[in-house]
Design a protein. Structure first.
Length: 277
């Protein structure tokens, strides 16, 4: 039986591209929301879920940090996808004919220079792949979509211009989620651990909590805060570190962290993506 991996968006979305890149032998299952993609895994309708967590240009993906702690799922991998944006038009359309382009507002902002130089009006759409599908159904040679080449192939559109993003290092990091922790055994190197925590209500609690990672030589690659339950005084932190909880230095860092926190939850330990630098 073919294994399945769920993602938020329509076929041709960058999340779909991430699924193909990381799990080429899996069937990709599109879902309307992040919650629905995770629910597919909880209900065992899918084996894995692919969730975007941050983009090198746009920053963190909203809602993901809020959803992860209570998802009942585990992070079992990560994948970095280079976001290459194409201008897609109907068959026979020419770049010089394009008057407007529709896409998700984030992608429009990431191609601002190209659109300005080509005097193309940006129009906000629901998402990238959905915009490509819309253009294919509209069949108007003066209108185009900003999306992936994969979306162009799926919806029968022509690539009028490719790699039009303003930043040539535009990359999105995705997390692979599973209902079971999977094989989290320590390996020699190249492991990542993601976790969330809340600090105690004492002076300099965050500074003290971070001290154990510094003194034990644990590299923290990401630290972000976000409110919990709409309360300005209830702050939760999400962190990524290099290493595995079984590593001596990581174990000591977590032990020190526990003194200054009211809650720690490890979301997963997994092998770092080969593109991580």
């Amino acid at each position: 039986m073919t294994k399945k991996i769920s993602f938020q968006g329509e076929l041709g979305a960058y999340s779909h591209q991430a699924c193909i890149q990381a799990k080429p032998n899996y069937e990709s299952i599109p879902c309307s929301t992040f919650e629905a993609a995770m629910e597919q895994v909880r209900l065992e309708e899918a084996d894995l879920a692919m969730l975007p967590i941050e983009n090198s240009t746009y920053g963190r993906v909203s809602d993901i940090h809020r959803l992860l702690p209570d998802s009942q799922l585990h992070i079992v991998g990560e994948v970095f996808v280079r976001v290459r944006i194409s201008l897609l038009g109907v068959k026979g359309a020419k770049l010089s004919e394009i008057k407007s382009a529709v896409s998700h507002s984030v992608l429009l902002g990431q191609c601002r220079n190209f659109l300005t130089n080509q005097r193309i009006e940006p129009i906000a759409g629901a998402d990238t792949a959905g915009s490509a599908r819309y253009i294919s159904e509209l069949d108007d040679s003066s209108k185009a979509a900003l999306a992936s080449e994969l979306a162009g192939k799926i919806y029968g559109l022509s690539v009028l211009a490719k790699d039009i993003e303003d930043n040539d290092n535009n990359t999105t990091r995705f997390l692979i989620m599973s209902k079971t922790p999977g094989d989290q055994k320590k390996i020699e190197q190249g492991m990542m651990t993601s976790f969330v925590f809340r600090v105690k209500n004492i002076p300099a609690a965050l500074f003290k909590a971070m001290g154990g990672f510094a003194t034990n030589g644990v590299n923290m690659t990401k630290l972000e805060s976000y409110m919990v339950d709409g309360d300005f005084t209830a702050t939760q932190f999400y962190a990524d570190i290099e290493g595995h909880p079984d590593d001596k230095n990581v174990s000591l860092a977590f032990e020190e962290l526990s003194f200054f926190t009211s809650e720690i939850k490890i979301l997963g330990s997994y092998k770092a993506d080969s593109k991580r630098t």
